[in-house]
Ligand binder design. Structure first.
Ligand code: COA
Length: 322
């Protein structure tokens, strides 16, 4: 199968750091509990920048590092479930700001699996050969839908964005397996039908809610099986894979996946301590950091598996060569 190449990777985080101590002044929790049960020490919180603002910063960096002209971008895809507006999409706002006048742009909603779904969608467009340069950005400003009075969830999340410029490459590896299973284990942003016939009472805003334990078990079981399916599909063993880049939901979820795969935790990129769970942004932020710190370098042929899981429920993995 024709693969995709990452031509550039970038990320952007709001500058304000919110640490566990600060949260423990708002809800009944401690830094020790949060670190031990989640691996998170601090996260970034937007003081007003919306999802499109973060994505635009990522888009600008992608243009700069790749040297590509904005007019040569064929498609802008943003994975998010916290858009600025219902319409225009975040992707359209990014397109306008970058001057990507020849692109078409749309958002994709698959919560924390959004970036993996986005890479899969981009690969299909690249296969047609009609589109050559595709921006895939994953971004969420979860702080705007977080219930800051719920200690079971507000400790987990952070805001951020990351993205890649993708192009086709016949010599690059590509394998994927995506899933969803409609379920309301994680919900957020419900919009009530309000019109003159129903009465105009809007009610309270619907914050992010989750059954943490159930999501934890789902994530470990399905992400492990998902990675094994990719290995089976490609005839590879876990030892053939250089890096696994998992969605950063909980450090203990990542440790449990490594243990079930009987492989070293070293193979997994983990940065949850700094950013918490940034939803669709977590995997591209990790990718971008890995390029910046020299763990990944274009043209080396390193094999990486990206694995996402989250609301929907959705989950999925893609295998890429770098
Ligand atoms: N501080 C202190 N105690 C807390 C707490 C907090 N922030 N949050 C929960 N607790 C308490 C609970 O009330 C419970 O107390 P009890 O035993 O007296 O009833 C106890 O800690 C254990 O709670 P539990 O929910 O079983 O903890 P856990 O080990 O499963 O950790 C999560 C909770 C949320 C950190 C964990 O389940 C998780 O990360 N789940 C997946 C996250 C997720 O859904 N991500 C979004 C989609 S990717």
């Amino acid at each position: 199968m024709t693969g995709v190449r990452i031509r550039a990777a970038a990320h952007y985080l709001p500058s304000t750091v919110l640490d566990n101590h600060q949260i423990s002044t708002w809800v009944d929790t401690t830094d020790e509990w949060i670190v031990k049960r989640t691996g998170v020490s601090e996260r970034r919180i937007s003081e007003g920048e919306n999802t499109s603002d973060l994505c635009i910063q990522v888009g600008k960096q992608l243009l700069e590092t790749s040297g590509i002209n904005p007019e040569d971008i064929d498609m802008v895809l943003v994975a998010t479930f916290t858009p600025d507006y219902g319409t225009p999409s975040v992707a359209c706002l990014v397109q306008a700001e970058l001057g990507a006048t020849n692109a078409f742009a749309f958002d994709l909603s698959a919560a924390c699996s959004g970036f993996v779904y986005g890479v899969s969608v981009a690969q299909k467009y690249l296969l047609t050969k009609q589109y050559k340069n595709i921006l895939v950005i994953g971004a969420d400003v979860l702080s705007k839908i977080t219930d800051w009075s719920d200690r079971g969830s507000c400790i987990l999340f952070g805001d951020g964005a990351g993205g890649v410029l993708l192009g086709a490459d016949e010599n690059a590896l590509f394998a994927e397996k995506l899933y969803s299973r409609g379920d309301k284990v994680i919900t957020g942003g419900f919009t009530k039908v309000v019109n003159p016939l129903t009465g105009m009472e809007r009610g309270e805003y619907d914050f992010l809610k989750l059954d943490g334990r159930e999501v934890f078990e789902f994530a470990v079981k399905e992400a492990t099986a998902n990675i094994n399916e990719i290995l089976e599909q490609t005839g590879m063993s876990i030892d053939d894979i250089d890096h696994i880049i998992p969605h950063q939901a909980n450090g203990r979820i990542i440790e449990a996946i490594a243990k079930k795969l009987k492989t070293s935790l070293e193979k997994f990129y983990v940065n949850i301590q700094k950013y918490g769970n940034t939803s669709a942004a977590s995997i591209p932020i990790a990718l971008s950091e890995m390029f910046k710190n020299g763990t990944l370098k274009q043209g080396t042929g390193k094999k990486v598996i990206l694995v996402g899981f989250g609301g929907g429920l959705t989950w999925g993995s893609v295998l890429l060569s770098i």
